[in-house]
Design a protein around this ligand. Structure first.
Ligand SMILES: Nc1ncnc2c1ncn2[C@@H]1O[C@H](COP(=O)(O)OP(=O)(O)O)[C@@H](O)[C@H]1O
Ligand SMILES: CC(=O)N[C@@H](CCC(=O)OP(=O)(O)O)C(=O)O
Length: 291
């Protein structure tokens, strides 16, 4: 039987024990009903025997707080140019959102725990990383204290999973060498985390139906794309889709079973089987297959 023809429940049953990294985007998080449905779905996945790890963003909430505190910031190439003052705001807003999300998961019946920059068990950072720049229109751009993860404390996350709890991970990092706060894009952090735990699935929930090849042409939605084609398409992508698709690409190349962008505006989208049905799935090109 094809995977999509299976009766509801049977598909999930066949995927018991699999680790699913789910990233909840800041844009989808602003809707209470969607947040509640998201929490219910995560708990349902755990009850079905899967191992969900929740990561979250908070871009709109961070922007609002920066404006309120009069701290300037802008996005370049989909990433926030981050001053040390802005990084403190990023840490505080993400910590608040992670705590709220964990509370929402507990209200839905799950035993969730929010993990912030420094898990007390380790006295260290969940994400250690380095600062990165980007290139916009051929010009190098300094992003300040925006960065990427170089190491992820997968052991702390696995310990939470093994204890039957749901880890809720905020994407704040610590810069290697200096110990400075590092603002890691949440999609990028989710991808690094998925590789570190060798997840079976990386699901990035967002506020759009998936990747559009020719954005904003609504007829250009992509349902599946392989890593070779995606590598070719990446330089033409804009804004938030750049870190999202880069994360999917490096996850699949790094050994994650499946990566998908999922339409987080659809209530209970996470229970649509197989995962990724309502969005764009990135597939690994089989070895020896011509592009
Ligand atoms: N090619 C594209 N396909 C889909 N969305 C795109 C594309 N290019 C830019 N976007 C924009 O990216 C947004 C999603 O990224 P982002 O705002 O960072 O979301 P999130 O908060 O979920 O991480 C979409 O709402 C859309 O406006
Ligand atoms: C470097 C960088 O851009 N960091 C992001 C972190 C939050 C995030 O990624 O949130 P979303 O998933 O809601 O976009 C930021 O400062 O907005």
């Amino acid at each position: 039987m094809a995977e999509h023809d299976m009766p509801a429940g049977e598909w999930l049953d066949q995927h018991r024990g699999e680790t699913v990294v789910v990233k909840f985007g800041g844009n989808a998080m602003v809707d209470d009903a969607l947040s509640r449905a998201f929490a219910e779905d995560i708990v349902a996945l755990q009850q079905a025997g899967l191992r969900p790890i929740v990561t979250h963003g908070g871009g709109p909430q961070i922007s609002a707080e920066l404006v309120a505190r009069g701290i300037p910031s802008e996005f370049r190439g989909g990433l926030r140019v981050t001053s040390p003052d802005a990084a403190v705001v990023v840490r505080d807003v993400l910590a608040r959102l992670g705590t709220e999300l964990a509370a929402q998961l507990r209200a839905a019946g799950g035993d969730a725990i929010a993990l912030a920059a420094e898990p007390p068990s380790q006295g260290g950072a969940l994400f250690a990383g380095r600062r990165i720049g980007t290139v916009v229109n051929g010009q190098p751009v300094d992003l300040g204290w925006a960065g990427e993860a170089t190491t992820v404390d997968a052991a702390s996350i696995a310990a939470v999973l093994d204890s039957g709890r749901i880890p809720v991970v905020s994407a704040i990092g610590i810069e290697e060498g200096t110990g400075d706060l590092l603002n890691i894009n949440a999609d990028s952090a989710a991808g690094s985390l998925a590789v570190a735990v060798q997840a079976d699935w990386l699901l990035l929930l967002t506020d759009v139906a998936g990747l559009y090849r020719d954005w904003p042409n609504r007829d250009s939605l992509v349902t599946t794309i392989d890593t070779v084609e995606l590598t070719g398409l990446l330089p033409s992508l804009e804004a938030g889709m750049i870190p999202k698709m880069t994360a999917c690409l490096s996850a699949v190349e790094g050994g994650v079973g499946h990566a998908a962008i999922v339409d987080g505006r659809i209530p209970h989208t996470l229970l649509a089987e197989p995962f990724g049905t309502s969005g764009t799935t990135v597939t690994r090109l089989a070895e020896g297959t011509a592009p």
